[in-house]
Design a protein. Structure first.
Length: 136
């Protein structure tokens, strides 16, 4: 399932989330494990609410399958590269110090095969010594 046709409601439905606190926790986690990290890719970025906060610390990019959510993210994040892609076949041709898949976006994988494909595609984008953080 994607949020096509309801992107305008996405942020309203999830208004209970504390994106600032979650981003701060993620920044502290990265600081402990990869203090020199500079680049971050958020897979399943939705409307960009995490990236809105993470870009203060990282050079960020985002990926989502839903064009409506990406349109909202583009309005929120001018200048941040955002890509329309499926996490199972993602291939941006570069690596990042940190790759995240937050807010249970990985849960859209329907079986173990899709889960493996998505995880492998994300891992391919992690620079040597970098981090892959997947929130189930």
């Amino acid at each position: 399932m994607t949020y096509s046709g309801s992107a305008e409601l996405y942020d309203l439905v999830y208004s209970f989330k504390d994106y600032a606190d979650e981003a701060a926790w993620l920044v502290s986690l990265v600081a402990e494990r990869a203090p020199d990290a500079q680049t971050l890719l958020d897979v399943g970025c939705g409307t960009g609410r995490h990236l809105q906060r993470l870009r203060a610390r990282f050079d960020c990019e985002g990926v989502d399958l839903d064009p409506g959510l990406l349109a909202a993210a583009r309005e929120r994040l001018p200048g941040v590269p955002l890509h329309e892609a499926d996490m199972r076949t993602l291939d941006l041709g570069r690596t990042f110090d940190v790759v995240t898949c937050l807010f249970s976006a990985i849960g859209y994988m329907l079986d173990l095969d899709q889960l493996g494909q998505a995880t492998a595609a994300m891992a391919k984008h992690v620079a040597p010594g970098g981090l892959l953080l997947v929130e189930p």
